[in-house]
Design a protein around this ligand. Structure first.
Ligand SMILES: Cc1cc2nc3c(=O)[nH]c(=O)nc-3n(C[C@H](O)[C@H](O)[C@H](O)COP(=O)(O)OP(=O)(O)OC[C@H]3O[C@@H](n4cnc5c(N)ncnc54)[C@H](O)[C@@H]3O)c2cc1C
Length: 390
């Protein structure tokens, strides 16, 4: 049921539609203007016109990784609504190449690929949003990332105004990051994927299972392959149990997914944490990380930022573990607030009905401060925050 004060999904977009209706966190005021592109040519034309005006603009697709301030956005919002999936010539025997328009619903695409028996993105089942946003933070879940299947993107470059095809290897894809996330301006018009056909009949096989919890749920070992359909069903079930599939009946899914990324810190710093703090080795990424205890900041010490290339070895920490161990439990909310930590998953900040962006921001800041005070690790938000400062 749609809660009071919120329109049902699918309500036509008008100039007055608040951005809360176009984002899954369901907070955010109005935009000055809303423009909708239903084709790739529309995207190029409208984006070019907006750039010529030289004002701030916002690109919005499924709105599942965007949280907008209560004041809304004082500029034009361009909605990405170009859909379509095209099969290109196969690059090699046993491989399938698809071109997917940016506004295509991601999970519909995964469902279609699973039905066809094309492996490579099945563990990314149930992630909300659109295909064009998938490279922006290199979506990932259950041991799979877009980067393992992405071949190239077709991109309208804000600097040059040109449409180019950029190979995936040049997109700087890493854990929840890409050149787009790091500031390269423009619009992804479509993405090209390379998937594999296992040829197993009648049950095509998934890519190797790459995540312990998923392997346990499937009753197999890491690296095994299973029926691709069974893998999708299992991922959707696991995700639903954590409020990670959009469901109007589940208030814990009124969120932007994980609100914080797992921090990547030097291994030497990780050794200062309690021995039971989960950690995983990672290959270097270029984003700097901040490791300054709040007490030092309060004492006027400058923020210490570590650029990963500088440090010899890096590890990824569990943001959920850090949050829980700093005393913030599932379901926690600041008294009087309608924003809460998900009752199913500490990493998600949820709108429990009628929350404001200010309440979401207040809870996020509280989490950041607690984790920094207790562990000296600065959590970074995963979603794109529009007009909200943490
Ligand atoms: C319940 C839930 C679960 C989630 N689970 C996961 C998960 O498991 N793994 C994961 O990685 N993410 C997850 N997310 C986050 C989110 O779904 C993904 O990041 C998704 O790819 C965002 O797509 P979107 O179309 O909704 O993006 P939007 O929120 O519309 O946009 C996100 C960003 O991408 C930019 N953008 C959008 N389209 C384009 C384009 N065509 N060209 C250039 N830039 C563009 C926007 O300007 C914005 O900066 C989850 C979110 C929710 C709500």
């Amino acid at each position: 049921m749609t809660p009071p004060g919120e329109s049902a999904p699918g309500t036509p977009v008008t100039a007055d539609t608040p951005l809360s209706e176009l984002t899954t966190m369901r907070v955010g005021g109005r935009a000055r203007e809303i423009l909708t592109a239903t084709t790739s040519d529309d995207l190029v034309r409208i984006a070019s016109e907006l750039w010529a005006r030289g004002e701030d603009w916002l690109l919005l697709a499924g709105g599942s990784n965007t949280v907008v301030a209560d004041e809304g956005f004082d500029g034009p919002v361009l909605l990405v609504r170009n859909e379509g999936i095209e099969r290109l010539p196969d690059p090699a025997p046993g491989q399938v190449r698809l071109r997917v328009q940016a506004g295509q619903d991601w999970d519909q695409l995964v469902g279609l690929c699973v039905d066809q028996g094309w492996a490579g993105i099945e563990a990314l089942s149930g992630i909300p949003g659109c295909a064009g946003a998938a490279p922006v933070q290199n979506i990932g879940a259950y041991g799979q990332e877009l980067s393992s299947s992405l071949h190239a993107v077709t991109f309208l470059d804000e600097d040059t105004g040109e449409v180019t095809r950029i190979p995936a290897a040049e997109l700087g894809l890493g854990y929840r990051t890409s050149v787009f996330k790091r500031g390269r301006g423009g619009v992804v018009l479509s993405i090209d994927l390379t998937l594999s056909e296992s040829g197993a009949v009648p049950s095509p096989l998934s890519a190797p299972v790459g995540y312990a919890q998923l392997a346990d749920a499937l009753g197999v070992r890491i690296g095994d392959r299973v029926s691709i359909k069974e893998l999708r069903r299992t991922v959707l079930r696991l995700r639903a149990s954590k409020g990670m599939v959009l469901d109007p009946e589940d208030r814990d899914s009124t969120s932007a997914g994980s609100f914080f990324t797992n921090p990547i810190v030097p291994e030497a710093f990780a050794r200062t944490l309690p021995a039971d703090a989960p950690r995983w080795s990672v290959t270097p990424v270029s984003d700097p990380v901040s490791v300054t205890p709040l007490a030092e900041l309060d004492a006027g010490e400058p923020m210490r930022r570590v650029t990963p290339q500088e440090g010899p070895r890096l590890v990824k920490l569990s943001a959920a573990w850090l949050i829980e161990r700093s005393g913030i439990a599932r379901g926690y909310r600041i008294p009087g607030s309608r924003a809460a930590i998900s009752a199913k998953h500490t990493l998600a900040i949820t709108n429990q009905g009628g929350a404001t962006a200010a309440e979401v921001g207040q809870l996020a800041r509280f989490v950041v401060q607690r984790v920094q005070a207790d562990f000296g690790v600065l959590l970074h938000p995963e979603p794109n925050l529009v007009g909200i400062e943490l």
